[in-house]
Design a protein around this ligand. Sequence first.
Ligand code: ZN
Length: 613
Amino acid sequence: MDDFIVSARKYRPDNFVSVVGQDSITKTLKNSIKTNQLAQAYLFCGPRGVGKTTCARIFAKTINCSNVNSEFEACNECESCVAFNKLRSLNIHELDAASNNSVDDIRNLIDQVRIPPQLGSYSVYIIDEVHMLSSAAFNAFLKTLEEPPKHVVFILATTEKHKIIPTILSRCQIFDFNRIGVDDIRDRLEFVAQKENISAEHDALQIIAQKADGAMRDALSIFDQIVSFSGKDITYQSTIKNLNVLDYEIYFDITNAFITANYSQSLLIFDDVIRKGFEANYFITGLASHFRDLLICKDPGTVELLEVGKKIKEKYLEHAQKCSVSFLFQAIGIANNADLNYKASQNKRLLVELALLSICNIENEALINNIEAEKPVENKKTEQKSEVKPEHKFEVKPVVKEKAVSQKTVTSEDTTTQMSVPVEPVAEKPVGEELENIKAANTQSERATEQKSVSENKPSYIGVSIKDIAKSTEKIIETDSSGEPIINYEHLGTDDYDEEKLKYVWEKYAESKSADPRLNSFLKTHAPVKDADNQYSITVENNQIKAKLEAELMDTLKFLKTELNNSEFELSYKVGTTEQEKTFKSDQEKLEDMIKQNPEVKNLRDQLNLDFE
Ligand SMILES: [Zn+2]
Protein backbone atom coordinates (compact mmCIF):
# COMPACT_ATOMS: atom_id res chain seq x y z
CA MET A 1 0.00 0.00 0.00
CA ASP A 2 1.20 3.47 -0.87
CA ASP A 3 2.25 5.72 1.95
CA PHE A 4 -0.62 8.11 2.30
CA ILE A 5 0.41 11.72 2.42
CA VAL A 6 -2.28 14.10 3.53
CA SER A 7 -3.26 16.46 0.77
CA ALA A 8 -2.56 19.52 2.89
CA ARG A 9 1.12 18.47 2.90
CA LYS A 10 1.29 16.93 -0.53
CA TYR A 11 -0.19 19.99 -2.19
CA ARG A 12 1.40 22.61 0.00
CA PRO A 13 2.44 25.36 -2.41
CA ASP A 14 6.18 25.46 -3.07
CA ASN A 15 6.36 28.74 -4.95
CA PHE A 16 4.58 32.08 -4.80
CA VAL A 17 2.39 31.49 -7.81
CA SER A 18 0.78 28.39 -6.32
CA VAL A 19 -0.24 30.15 -3.10
CA VAL A 20 -4.03 30.39 -3.13
CA GLY A 21 -5.97 33.55 -2.45
CA GLN A 22 -3.14 35.79 -1.19
CA ASP A 23 -2.20 37.50 -4.43
CA SER A 24 -1.41 40.94 -3.07
CA ILE A 25 0.89 39.51 -0.40
CA THR A 26 2.86 37.25 -2.71
CA LYS A 27 3.15 40.10 -5.18
CA THR A 28 4.58 42.43 -2.54
CA LEU A 29 7.03 39.80 -1.31
CA LYS A 30 8.22 39.09 -4.83
CA ASN A 31 8.57 42.79 -5.44
CA SER A 32 10.80 43.20 -2.42
CA ILE A 33 13.01 40.40 -3.76
CA LYS A 34 13.05 42.03 -7.16
CA THR A 35 14.10 45.43 -5.79
CA ASN A 36 16.34 43.79 -3.19
CA GLN A 37 14.63 45.70 -0.42
CA LEU A 38 14.23 43.05 2.26
CA ALA A 39 13.01 44.04 5.67
CA GLN A 40 14.66 42.40 8.66
CA ALA A 41 11.40 41.61 10.38
CA TYR A 42 8.01 40.68 9.02
CA LEU A 43 4.76 40.09 10.84
CA PHE A 44 2.29 37.77 9.12
CA CYS A 45 -1.18 38.12 10.64
CA GLY A 46 -4.36 36.27 9.81
CA PRO A 47 -6.60 33.32 10.63
CA ARG A 48 -5.27 29.78 10.80
CA GLY A 49 -4.77 27.77 7.66
CA VAL A 50 -4.60 30.65 5.21
CA GLY A 51 -0.92 30.24 4.22
CA LYS A 52 1.16 32.30 6.65
CA THR A 53 3.79 29.63 7.35
CA THR A 54 3.69 28.47 3.76
CA CYS A 55 4.47 31.97 2.51
CA ALA A 56 7.22 32.34 5.10
CA ARG A 57 8.87 29.12 3.88
CA ILE A 58 8.59 30.07 0.22
CA PHE A 59 10.02 33.48 1.00
CA ALA A 60 12.93 31.92 2.95
CA LYS A 61 13.65 29.54 0.09
CA THR A 62 13.47 32.24 -2.57
CA ILE A 63 15.78 34.73 -0.86
CA ASN A 64 18.36 31.97 -0.45
CA CYS A 65 18.09 30.65 -4.00
CA SER A 66 21.23 31.27 -6.01
CA ASN A 67 19.35 31.25 -9.30
CA VAL A 68 16.07 33.10 -8.91
CA ASN A 69 14.17 33.02 -12.21
CA SER A 70 12.72 35.94 -14.14
CA GLU A 71 9.41 35.57 -12.29
CA PHE A 72 11.28 35.93 -9.00
CA GLU A 73 10.52 32.40 -7.98
CA ALA A 74 13.05 29.94 -6.50
CA CYS A 75 14.68 27.66 -9.08
CA ASN A 76 14.11 24.45 -7.06
CA GLU A 77 17.39 23.16 -8.50
CA CYS A 78 20.27 24.92 -6.76
CA GLU A 79 21.86 23.39 -3.68
CA SER A 80 19.94 25.66 -1.31
CA CYS A 81 16.59 25.01 -2.99
CA VAL A 82 17.15 21.25 -2.93
CA ALA A 83 17.98 21.41 0.77
CA PHE A 84 14.84 23.44 1.38
CA ASN A 85 12.67 21.03 -0.57
CA LYS A 86 14.07 18.09 1.39
CA LEU A 87 13.36 19.96 4.61
CA ARG A 88 16.99 19.86 5.68
CA SER A 89 18.06 23.42 4.98
CA LEU A 90 20.02 25.06 7.79
CA ASN A 91 18.91 28.50 6.65
CA ILE A 92 15.44 28.17 8.09
CA HIS A 93 14.59 27.91 11.76
CA GLU A 94 11.07 27.44 12.96
CA LEU A 95 10.04 28.10 16.52
CA ASP A 96 6.58 27.44 17.82
CA ALA A 97 6.07 30.11 20.45
CA ALA A 98 3.01 28.31 21.77
CA SER A 99 5.20 25.62 23.31
CA ASN A 100 8.51 27.53 23.54
CA ASN A 101 7.48 30.75 25.16
CA SER A 102 9.94 31.12 28.05
CA VAL A 103 12.82 33.56 28.36
CA ASP A 104 15.28 30.65 28.04
CA ASP A 105 13.80 29.61 24.72
CA ILE A 106 14.28 33.12 23.40
CA ARG A 107 17.84 33.30 24.77
CA ASN A 108 18.69 30.11 22.87
CA LEU A 109 17.29 31.69 19.75
CA ILE A 110 19.27 34.88 20.24
CA ASP A 111 22.48 32.84 20.59
CA GLN A 112 21.74 31.04 17.34
CA VAL A 113 20.98 34.25 15.49
CA ARG A 114 24.61 35.36 15.74
CA ILE A 115 25.87 32.44 13.62
CA PRO A 116 25.94 33.35 9.93
CA PRO A 117 24.58 30.86 7.36
CA GLN A 118 27.01 28.52 5.63
CA LEU A 119 25.01 28.26 2.45
CA GLY A 120 22.87 30.99 0.94
CA SER A 121 22.69 34.56 2.16
CA TYR A 122 20.03 34.58 4.89
CA SER A 123 19.07 32.79 8.05
CA VAL A 124 15.32 32.99 8.34
CA TYR A 125 13.68 32.63 11.74
CA ILE A 126 9.99 31.85 11.68
CA ILE A 127 8.34 32.34 15.05
CA ASP A 128 4.84 30.95 14.89
CA GLU A 129 2.06 32.01 17.30
CA VAL A 130 4.31 34.82 18.44
CA HIS A 131 1.56 36.31 20.63
CA MET A 132 2.05 33.37 23.00
CA LEU A 133 5.49 34.58 24.14
CA SER A 134 5.59 35.62 27.78
CA SER A 135 6.15 39.30 28.36
CA ALA A 136 9.63 38.58 29.74
CA ALA A 137 10.40 36.64 26.58
CA PHE A 138 9.06 39.49 24.48
CA ASN A 139 11.35 41.94 26.24
CA ALA A 140 14.36 39.68 25.83
CA PHE A 141 13.58 39.40 22.14
CA LEU A 142 13.06 43.11 21.59
CA LYS A 143 16.72 44.10 21.47
CA THR A 144 17.60 41.47 18.88
CA LEU A 145 14.63 42.51 16.81
CA GLU A 146 15.81 46.10 16.99
CA GLU A 147 19.29 45.44 15.68
CA PRO A 148 19.46 42.00 14.09
CA PRO A 149 22.63 40.82 12.31
CA LYS A 150 22.57 41.59 8.59
CA HIS A 151 22.08 37.96 7.57
CA VAL A 152 18.96 37.48 9.67
CA VAL A 153 15.33 37.79 8.63
CA PHE A 154 12.61 37.31 11.23
CA ILE A 155 9.17 36.25 10.18
CA LEU A 156 6.71 36.41 13.04
CA ALA A 157 3.32 34.83 12.53
CA THR A 158 0.19 35.26 14.58
CA THR A 159 -3.52 34.67 14.50
CA GLU A 160 -4.03 37.40 17.09
CA LYS A 161 -2.47 40.61 15.99
CA HIS A 162 -4.10 42.64 18.78
CA LYS A 163 -2.04 40.74 21.34
CA ILE A 164 1.25 41.91 19.85
CA ILE A 165 2.79 44.78 21.79
CA PRO A 166 3.26 48.04 19.87
CA THR A 167 7.05 48.00 20.26
CA ILE A 168 7.12 44.78 18.19
CA LEU A 169 4.54 45.99 15.68
CA SER A 170 6.53 49.14 15.00
CA ARG A 171 9.64 47.13 14.12
CA CYS A 172 7.96 44.82 11.63
CA GLN A 173 6.67 45.07 8.13
CA ILE A 174 3.10 43.84 8.57
CA PHE A 175 1.18 41.59 6.18
CA ASP A 176 -2.47 40.85 6.81
CA PHE A 177 -3.54 37.51 5.36
CA ASN A 178 -7.20 37.26 4.43
CA ARG A 179 -9.49 34.33 4.71
CA ILE A 180 -9.35 32.56 1.37
CA GLY A 181 -12.45 32.99 -0.79
CA VAL A 182 -14.73 30.01 -1.28
CA ASP A 183 -14.23 30.12 -5.05
CA ASP A 184 -10.44 30.12 -4.71
CA ILE A 185 -10.56 27.13 -2.37
CA ARG A 186 -12.93 25.28 -4.67
CA ASP A 187 -10.68 25.89 -7.67
CA ARG A 188 -7.71 24.55 -5.75
CA LEU A 189 -9.70 21.49 -4.69
CA GLU A 190 -10.64 20.94 -8.32
CA PHE A 191 -6.95 21.04 -9.18
CA VAL A 192 -6.07 18.55 -6.44
CA ALA A 193 -8.94 16.24 -7.43
CA GLN A 194 -7.71 16.27 -11.02
CA LYS A 195 -4.15 15.46 -9.94
CA GLU A 196 -5.41 12.59 -7.81
CA ASN A 197 -7.66 11.26 -10.58
CA ILE A 198 -10.74 11.80 -8.50
CA SER A 199 -13.98 12.77 -10.16
CA ALA A 200 -15.72 15.35 -8.02
CA GLU A 201 -18.95 17.23 -8.59
CA HIS A 202 -18.58 20.99 -8.68
CA ASP A 203 -21.24 21.52 -6.02
CA ALA A 204 -19.60 18.94 -3.75
CA LEU A 205 -16.30 20.81 -3.78
CA GLN A 206 -18.21 24.03 -3.21
CA ILE A 207 -19.69 22.57 -0.04
CA ILE A 208 -16.25 21.51 1.18
CA ALA A 209 -14.89 24.97 0.42
CA GLN A 210 -17.72 26.56 2.39
CA LYS A 211 -17.24 24.25 5.31
CA ALA A 212 -13.53 25.12 5.43
CA ASP A 213 -14.41 28.70 6.33
CA GLY A 214 -11.54 30.36 4.51
CA ALA A 215 -8.78 27.94 5.52
CA MET A 216 -7.10 26.00 2.71
CA ARG A 217 -5.57 23.52 5.12
CA ASP A 218 -8.99 22.65 6.55
CA ALA A 219 -10.45 22.34 3.06
CA LEU A 220 -7.82 19.78 2.10
CA SER A 221 -8.33 17.83 5.33
CA ILE A 222 -12.06 17.68 4.68
CA PHE A 223 -11.34 16.67 1.10
CA ASP A 224 -9.19 13.75 2.35
CA GLN A 225 -11.95 12.74 4.72
CA ILE A 226 -14.52 12.68 1.91
CA VAL A 227 -12.18 10.72 -0.35
CA SER A 228 -11.65 8.05 2.30
CA PHE A 229 -15.43 7.90 2.70
CA SER A 230 -16.59 7.87 -0.89
CA GLY A 231 -13.53 6.82 -2.88
CA LYS A 232 -12.66 8.20 -6.28
CA ASP A 233 -16.11 9.56 -6.94
CA ILE A 234 -17.20 12.56 -4.88
CA THR A 235 -20.84 13.50 -5.30
CA TYR A 236 -22.85 16.34 -3.79
CA GLN A 237 -25.09 13.86 -1.98
CA SER A 238 -22.25 11.85 -0.45
CA THR A 239 -20.54 15.06 0.62
CA ILE A 240 -23.50 16.59 2.45
CA LYS A 241 -24.14 13.24 4.06
CA ASN A 242 -20.56 12.89 5.23
CA LEU A 243 -20.25 16.46 6.42
CA ASN A 244 -23.66 16.39 8.04
CA VAL A 245 -24.67 19.41 5.99
CA LEU A 246 -28.35 20.06 5.28
CA ASP A 247 -29.28 19.78 1.63
CA TYR A 248 -30.18 23.10 -0.01
CA GLU A 249 -33.26 21.37 -1.36
CA ILE A 250 -34.73 21.23 2.12
CA TYR A 251 -34.52 24.99 2.44
CA PHE A 252 -35.99 25.50 -1.01
CA ASP A 253 -38.84 23.12 -0.19
CA ILE A 254 -39.67 24.78 3.07
CA THR A 255 -39.54 28.22 1.45
CA ASN A 256 -42.13 27.02 -1.03
CA ALA A 257 -44.28 25.99 1.91
CA PHE A 258 -43.83 29.44 3.47
CA ILE A 259 -44.82 31.46 0.45
CA THR A 260 -47.93 29.39 -0.08
CA ALA A 261 -48.72 29.61 3.64
CA ASN A 262 -48.65 25.84 3.87
CA TYR A 263 -48.27 25.46 7.61
CA SER A 264 -48.51 21.71 7.80
CA GLN A 265 -45.93 21.17 5.09
CA SER A 266 -43.42 23.42 6.85
CA LEU A 267 -43.83 21.47 10.09
CA LEU A 268 -43.45 18.16 8.30
CA ILE A 269 -40.26 19.27 6.59
CA PHE A 270 -38.86 20.40 9.91
CA ASP A 271 -39.81 17.08 11.48
CA ASP A 272 -37.97 15.30 8.71
CA VAL A 273 -34.86 17.37 9.39
CA ILE A 274 -34.97 16.47 13.09
CA ARG A 275 -35.41 12.81 12.24
CA LYS A 276 -32.28 12.94 10.14
CA GLY A 277 -30.42 13.87 13.29
CA PHE A 278 -29.89 17.58 12.72
CA GLU A 279 -30.04 20.01 15.61
CA ALA A 280 -33.03 22.35 15.45
CA ASN A 281 -30.67 25.22 16.07
CA TYR A 282 -28.51 24.27 13.13
CA PHE A 283 -31.62 24.18 10.98
CA ILE A 284 -32.91 27.59 12.04
CA THR A 285 -29.56 29.35 11.57
CA GLY A 286 -29.28 27.67 8.19
CA LEU A 287 -32.74 28.95 7.39
CA ALA A 288 -31.78 32.51 8.28
CA SER A 289 -28.75 32.23 5.99
CA HIS A 290 -30.96 30.82 3.29
CA PHE A 291 -33.25 33.86 3.45
CA ARG A 292 -30.20 36.09 3.43
CA ASP A 293 -28.98 34.35 0.28
CA LEU A 294 -32.38 34.76 -1.36
CA LEU A 295 -32.40 38.42 -0.40
CA ILE A 296 -29.03 39.15 -1.98
CA CYS A 297 -30.31 37.49 -5.15
CA LYS A 298 -33.02 40.13 -5.40
CA ASP A 299 -30.48 42.76 -6.37
CA PRO A 300 -28.09 42.22 -9.28
CA GLY A 301 -25.57 44.32 -7.37
CA THR A 302 -25.35 41.86 -4.49
CA VAL A 303 -25.69 38.55 -6.32
CA GLU A 304 -21.89 38.32 -6.25
CA LEU A 305 -22.05 37.86 -2.48
CA LEU A 306 -23.67 34.49 -3.01
CA GLU A 307 -21.10 31.77 -2.34
CA VAL A 308 -22.67 28.67 -3.80
CA GLY A 309 -22.03 26.35 -6.73
CA LYS A 310 -23.30 27.04 -10.24
CA LYS A 311 -26.35 24.81 -10.20
CA ILE A 312 -27.44 25.95 -6.78
CA LYS A 313 -26.93 29.57 -7.74
CA GLU A 314 -29.40 29.18 -10.60
CA LYS A 315 -31.85 27.74 -8.14
CA TYR A 316 -31.40 30.66 -5.81
CA LEU A 317 -32.00 33.17 -8.57
CA GLU A 318 -35.13 31.34 -9.63
CA HIS A 319 -36.52 31.08 -6.10
CA ALA A 320 -35.69 34.68 -5.25
CA GLN A 321 -38.20 35.73 -7.89
CA LYS A 322 -40.95 34.01 -5.94
CA CYS A 323 -40.26 35.85 -2.69
CA SER A 324 -40.93 39.49 -2.02
CA VAL A 325 -38.29 41.60 -0.34
CA SER A 326 -40.59 42.39 2.58
CA PHE A 327 -41.26 38.68 3.08
CA LEU A 328 -37.53 37.95 3.19
CA PHE A 329 -36.85 40.80 5.61
CA GLN A 330 -39.50 39.58 8.01
CA ALA A 331 -38.52 35.95 7.62
CA ILE A 332 -34.86 36.70 8.38
CA GLY A 333 -35.98 38.58 11.48
CA ILE A 334 -38.13 35.72 12.72
CA ALA A 335 -35.48 33.07 12.05
CA ASN A 336 -32.80 35.17 13.69
CA ASN A 337 -34.96 35.80 16.75
CA ALA A 338 -35.58 32.10 17.13
CA ASP A 339 -31.82 31.55 16.96
CA LEU A 340 -31.20 34.19 19.63
CA ASN A 341 -33.85 32.73 21.96
CA TYR A 342 -32.84 29.16 21.29
CA LYS A 343 -30.46 28.66 24.21
CA ALA A 344 -32.85 30.10 26.77
CA SER A 345 -35.84 28.17 25.49
CA GLN A 346 -37.16 25.24 27.53
CA ASN A 347 -38.98 23.76 24.59
CA LYS A 348 -36.65 24.24 21.68
CA ARG A 349 -38.69 22.31 19.21
CA LEU A 350 -41.82 24.33 19.89
CA LEU A 351 -39.80 27.52 19.63
CA VAL A 352 -38.62 26.61 16.15
CA GLU A 353 -42.07 25.40 15.13
CA LEU A 354 -43.68 28.64 16.23
CA ALA A 355 -41.07 30.52 14.22
CA LEU A 356 -41.94 28.44 11.16
CA LEU A 357 -45.63 29.12 11.66
CA SER A 358 -44.97 32.84 11.99
CA ILE A 359 -43.02 32.81 8.74
CA CYS A 360 -45.92 30.99 7.08
CA ASN A 361 -48.21 33.71 8.30
CA ILE A 362 -46.23 36.53 6.67
CA GLU A 363 -47.68 35.98 3.23
CA ASN A 364 -51.22 35.67 4.51
CA GLU A 365 -50.96 38.93 6.37
CA ALA A 366 -49.24 40.62 3.51
CA LEU A 367 -52.02 39.64 1.18
CA ILE A 368 -54.62 41.15 3.43
CA ASN A 369 -52.68 44.36 3.90
CA ASN A 370 -51.72 44.55 0.28
CA ILE A 371 -55.24 44.51 -0.98
CA GLU A 372 -56.22 46.90 1.80
CA ALA A 373 -53.64 49.37 0.64
CA GLU A 374 -55.19 49.62 -2.79
CA LYS A 375 -58.85 50.18 -2.11
CA PRO A 376 -60.60 51.33 -5.23
CA VAL A 377 -61.41 55.00 -5.61
CA GLU A 378 -65.12 54.70 -4.88
CA ASN A 379 -64.50 53.17 -1.46
CA LYS A 380 -62.17 55.98 -0.57
CA LYS A 381 -64.85 58.52 -1.38
CA THR A 382 -67.44 56.99 0.89
CA GLU A 383 -64.89 56.84 3.64
CA GLN A 384 -64.17 60.51 3.30
CA LYS A 385 -67.83 61.37 3.41
CA SER A 386 -68.49 59.42 6.53
CA GLU A 387 -65.56 60.67 8.47
CA VAL A 388 -67.44 60.78 11.70
CA LYS A 389 -65.27 58.31 13.48
CA PRO A 390 -61.54 58.94 13.57
CA GLU A 391 -59.47 56.36 11.78
CA HIS A 392 -57.18 54.41 13.99
CA LYS A 393 -53.72 53.60 12.95
CA PHE A 394 -52.10 50.64 14.56
CA GLU A 395 -48.41 50.29 14.21
CA VAL A 396 -47.84 46.58 14.25
CA LYS A 397 -44.22 45.65 14.42
CA PRO A 398 -43.70 43.02 11.80
CA VAL A 399 -41.47 40.60 13.67
CA VAL A 400 -42.49 40.29 17.28
CA LYS A 401 -46.18 39.93 16.87
CA GLU A 402 -47.11 39.00 20.42
CA LYS A 403 -45.55 42.18 21.68
CA ALA A 404 -47.10 44.25 18.98
CA VAL A 405 -50.52 43.23 20.14
CA SER A 406 -50.10 44.67 23.59
CA GLN A 407 -47.84 47.60 22.84
CA LYS A 408 -49.18 49.15 19.71
CA THR A 409 -49.96 52.80 19.60
CA VAL A 410 -53.03 54.48 18.30
CA THR A 411 -52.72 57.67 16.36
CA SER A 412 -55.63 59.87 15.67
CA GLU A 413 -55.53 61.10 12.14
CA ASP A 414 -58.14 63.79 12.66
CA THR A 415 -55.67 65.89 14.52
CA THR A 416 -52.09 66.45 13.64
CA THR A 417 -50.87 65.49 17.07
CA GLN A 418 -50.04 61.88 17.63
CA MET A 419 -50.87 60.30 20.89
CA SER A 420 -49.91 56.96 22.24
CA VAL A 421 -52.66 54.96 23.85
CA PRO A 422 -51.96 51.46 25.06
CA VAL A 423 -54.57 49.07 23.84
CA GLU A 424 -55.71 46.38 26.19
CA PRO A 425 -55.59 42.97 24.59
CA VAL A 426 -59.00 41.39 24.44
CA ALA A 427 -58.62 38.32 26.56
CA GLU A 428 -61.63 36.37 25.31
CA LYS A 429 -60.58 36.55 21.72
CA PRO A 430 -57.84 34.34 20.36
CA VAL A 431 -54.72 36.22 19.43
CA GLY A 432 -55.12 35.43 15.78
CA GLU A 433 -58.55 36.94 15.62
CA GLU A 434 -57.42 40.06 17.34
CA LEU A 435 -54.57 40.44 14.92
CA GLU A 436 -57.06 40.26 12.13
CA ASN A 437 -59.08 43.08 13.64
CA ILE A 438 -55.97 45.16 13.83
CA LYS A 439 -55.24 44.48 10.24
CA ALA A 440 -58.71 45.51 9.33
CA ALA A 441 -58.16 48.74 11.18
CA ASN A 442 -54.86 49.41 9.47
CA THR A 443 -55.05 52.59 7.51
CA GLN A 444 -53.79 52.82 4.02
CA SER A 445 -51.01 55.27 4.56
CA GLU A 446 -48.68 52.87 6.31
CA ARG A 447 -49.02 50.21 3.70
CA ALA A 448 -49.30 52.64 0.89
CA THR A 449 -45.85 54.00 1.65
CA GLU A 450 -44.41 50.54 1.57
CA GLN A 451 -46.40 49.69 -1.49
CA LYS A 452 -45.16 52.77 -3.23
CA SER A 453 -41.54 51.92 -2.77
CA VAL A 454 -42.07 48.35 -3.86
CA SER A 455 -44.30 49.01 -6.80
CA GLU A 456 -42.85 52.18 -8.17
CA ASN A 457 -41.17 50.32 -11.00
CA LYS A 458 -43.41 47.41 -11.57
CA PRO A 459 -47.11 47.53 -12.23
CA SER A 460 -49.27 46.66 -9.27
CA TYR A 461 -52.17 44.33 -9.81
CA ILE A 462 -54.58 46.79 -8.30
CA GLY A 463 -53.53 49.31 -10.89
CA VAL A 464 -56.73 48.13 -12.55
CA SER A 465 -59.44 50.18 -10.94
CA ILE A 466 -62.90 50.59 -12.28
CA LYS A 467 -61.80 53.86 -13.80
CA ASP A 468 -59.08 52.08 -15.71
CA ILE A 469 -61.46 49.49 -17.00
CA ALA A 470 -63.83 52.22 -18.04
CA LYS A 471 -61.06 53.92 -19.97
CA SER A 472 -59.78 50.83 -21.73
CA THR A 473 -63.14 49.32 -22.60
CA GLU A 474 -65.24 52.36 -23.22
CA LYS A 475 -67.24 50.66 -25.91
CA ILE A 476 -68.79 48.20 -23.56
CA ILE A 477 -69.34 50.49 -20.61
CA GLU A 478 -72.71 51.77 -19.63
CA THR A 479 -73.95 53.48 -16.53
CA ASP A 480 -76.91 52.35 -14.51
CA SER A 481 -79.45 54.64 -12.88
CA SER A 482 -77.30 55.30 -9.84
CA GLY A 483 -74.31 56.17 -11.99
CA GLU A 484 -72.46 52.90 -11.29
CA PRO A 485 -70.62 51.62 -14.32
CA ILE A 486 -71.75 48.28 -15.69
CA ILE A 487 -69.98 46.25 -18.26
CA ASN A 488 -71.92 44.99 -21.20
CA TYR A 489 -70.89 41.54 -22.33
CA GLU A 490 -73.34 41.26 -25.21
CA HIS A 491 -70.54 40.86 -27.70
CA LEU A 492 -69.52 37.62 -25.98
CA GLY A 493 -70.98 34.22 -26.73
CA THR A 494 -72.17 31.48 -24.40
CA ASP A 495 -69.55 28.85 -25.15
CA ASP A 496 -69.52 25.61 -23.25
CA TYR A 497 -66.62 24.99 -20.94
CA ASP A 498 -65.70 22.19 -18.58
CA GLU A 499 -63.93 22.22 -15.22
CA GLU A 500 -60.62 21.62 -16.96
CA LYS A 501 -61.03 24.67 -19.15
CA LEU A 502 -62.11 26.84 -16.22
CA LYS A 503 -59.13 25.62 -14.22
CA TYR A 504 -56.87 26.54 -17.11
CA VAL A 505 -58.41 30.01 -17.44
CA TRP A 506 -58.25 30.57 -13.70
CA GLU A 507 -54.57 29.72 -13.66
CA LYS A 508 -54.07 32.07 -16.55
CA TYR A 509 -55.79 34.77 -14.55
CA ALA A 510 -53.58 34.01 -11.54
CA GLU A 511 -50.58 34.22 -13.86
CA SER A 512 -51.73 37.62 -15.11
CA LYS A 513 -51.19 38.75 -11.51
CA SER A 514 -47.69 37.37 -11.37
CA ALA A 515 -46.31 40.85 -10.77
CA ASP A 516 -47.69 40.34 -7.30
CA PRO A 517 -46.43 36.95 -6.11
CA ARG A 518 -48.64 36.97 -3.02
CA LEU A 519 -51.86 37.50 -4.91
CA ASN A 520 -50.64 35.09 -7.55
CA SER A 521 -50.11 32.26 -5.09
CA PHE A 522 -53.31 33.13 -3.24
CA LEU A 523 -55.34 32.83 -6.43
CA LYS A 524 -53.64 29.60 -7.36
CA THR A 525 -54.70 28.01 -4.10
CA HIS A 526 -58.26 29.36 -4.23
CA ALA A 527 -59.96 28.08 -7.38
CA PRO A 528 -63.64 28.69 -8.19
CA VAL A 529 -66.03 25.91 -7.19
CA LYS A 530 -69.21 25.21 -9.09
CA ASP A 531 -72.50 26.03 -7.33
CA ALA A 532 -74.82 25.79 -10.34
CA ASP A 533 -74.50 26.17 -14.10
CA ASN A 534 -72.33 29.21 -14.74
CA GLN A 535 -72.49 30.01 -11.04
CA TYR A 536 -69.16 29.68 -9.31
CA SER A 537 -67.89 30.76 -5.96
CA ILE A 538 -64.63 30.99 -4.11
CA THR A 539 -64.53 30.42 -0.40
CA VAL A 540 -62.08 32.69 1.39
CA GLU A 541 -60.86 32.89 4.95
CA ASN A 542 -62.49 36.03 6.24
CA ASN A 543 -64.52 39.10 5.43
CA GLN A 544 -61.52 41.33 4.86
CA ILE A 545 -60.15 39.14 2.10
CA LYS A 546 -63.63 38.78 0.65
CA ALA A 547 -64.19 42.54 0.56
CA LYS A 548 -60.87 43.14 -1.07
CA LEU A 549 -61.31 40.53 -3.74
CA GLU A 550 -64.80 41.82 -4.45
CA ALA A 551 -63.40 45.24 -5.07
CA GLU A 552 -61.69 43.70 -8.07
CA LEU A 553 -64.50 41.44 -9.09
CA MET A 554 -65.39 43.41 -12.19
CA ASP A 555 -61.89 43.08 -13.49
CA THR A 556 -61.82 39.40 -12.62
CA LEU A 557 -65.15 38.71 -14.33
CA LYS A 558 -64.13 40.57 -17.41
CA PHE A 559 -61.05 38.38 -17.72
CA LEU A 560 -62.86 35.12 -17.10
CA LYS A 561 -65.89 35.85 -19.28
CA THR A 562 -63.71 36.96 -22.12
CA GLU A 563 -61.37 33.99 -21.87
CA LEU A 564 -64.28 31.54 -21.62
CA ASN A 565 -66.23 33.49 -24.22
CA ASN A 566 -69.24 33.10 -22.02
CA SER A 567 -71.19 36.15 -20.91
CA GLU A 568 -73.24 34.15 -18.43
CA PHE A 569 -70.37 33.06 -16.25
CA GLU A 570 -70.73 34.48 -12.74
CA LEU A 571 -68.38 34.40 -9.78
CA SER A 572 -68.88 35.32 -6.15
CA TYR A 573 -66.87 35.19 -2.97
CA LYS A 574 -67.99 33.81 0.33
CA VAL A 575 -66.44 33.31 3.71
CA GLY A 576 -66.23 29.84 5.12
CA THR A 577 -64.08 26.89 5.99
CA THR A 578 -61.90 25.77 3.13
CA GLU A 579 -58.92 23.52 2.81
CA GLN A 580 -56.90 26.67 3.16
CA GLU A 581 -58.86 27.74 6.22
CA LYS A 582 -57.78 24.63 8.02
CA THR A 583 -54.26 25.90 7.84
CA PHE A 584 -55.14 29.52 8.57
CA LYS A 585 -55.20 29.34 12.30
CA SER A 586 -54.77 31.42 15.37
CA ASP A 587 -51.80 30.74 17.60
CA GLN A 588 -54.13 29.09 20.09
CA GLU A 589 -55.44 26.74 17.42
CA LYS A 590 -51.95 25.99 16.20
CA LEU A 591 -51.00 25.03 19.73
CA GLU A 592 -54.07 22.81 20.05
CA ASP A 593 -53.07 21.07 16.84
CA MET A 594 -49.60 20.52 18.14
CA ILE A 595 -51.00 19.06 21.36
CA LYS A 596 -53.11 16.72 19.27
CA GLN A 597 -50.00 15.58 17.45
CA ASN A 598 -47.89 15.29 20.55
CA PRO A 599 -49.56 15.30 23.99
CA GLU A 600 -46.19 16.08 25.58
CA VAL A 601 -46.60 19.64 24.34
CA LYS A 602 -49.54 20.11 26.69
CA ASN A 603 -47.59 18.78 29.67
CA LEU A 604 -44.79 21.13 28.85
CA ARG A 605 -47.14 24.05 28.46
CA ASP A 606 -48.77 23.26 31.82
CA GLN A 607 -45.52 22.64 33.63
CA LEU A 608 -43.98 25.84 32.41
CA ASN A 609 -47.21 27.71 32.80
CA LEU A 610 -46.91 29.08 29.29
CA ASP A 611 -49.76 30.92 27.71
CA PHE A 612 -50.47 33.44 25.04
CA GLU A 613 -50.83 36.96 26.30
ZN1 ZN B 1 17.35 27.82 -6.27
